[in-house]
Design a protein around this ligand. Structure first.
Ligand code: SF4
Ligand code: SF4
Length: 135
């Protein structure tokens, strides 16, 4: 399922952007992560619907002044740096990181909510964020 980063600034941060968009479009939005300060907000969401539904929600958000960016594969592991120590696994709040049968680290991008905990914890700096995709 596609994930999107929404960013909006102080002039609209007090508005019920998500609720209004759901009411307008009739399409549900799932908030995976939210960081809201007095002057800006950054949310990570999924949109529950097909491609047309996603387009409708994105257009509605953009009309309200929200920047919308689609996320790619999220977290990527560099196999040449990773030593499969497992330090990142316990920190992941969504179980997106695990070992396979050969005790090699596996990343499940579908489950990742881009919290960044694993990136900060990795002693080998082997995890990174995939480039964001403009849509
Ligand atoms: S903490 Fe870093 S080196 Fe250790 S398993 Fe995770 S990605 Fe690999
Ligand atoms: S960024 Fe967060 S959710 Fe994604 S894999 Fe790392 S710890 Fe898990």
């Amino acid at each position: 399922m596609n994930k999107y980063i929404l960013r909006y600034s102080s002039d609209i941060v007090d508005s019920p952007i998500i609720a209004t968009t759901v009411l307008e479009t009739g399409i549900l939005i799932n908030i995976l992560r939210a960081k809201v300060d007095y002057d800006e907000a950054e949310l990570i969401i999924t949109i529950l619907g097909d491609d047309e539904d996603q387009k409708m929600v994105i257009e509605s958000l953009r009309r309200k002044g929200v920047e919308v960016i689609r996320l790619g594969e999220n977290i990527v592991n560099d196999d040449t740096r990773c030593v499969d120590c497992g330090a990142c696994i316990a920190l992941c709040p969504t179980n997106a990181l695990s070992f396979n049968e050969e005790w090699k680290l596996v990343v499940d991008g579908e489950k990742c909510i881009i919290c960044g905990a694993c990136i900060r914890a990795c002693p080998r700096r082997s995890l990174s964020l995939q480039d964001l995709q403009e849509i």
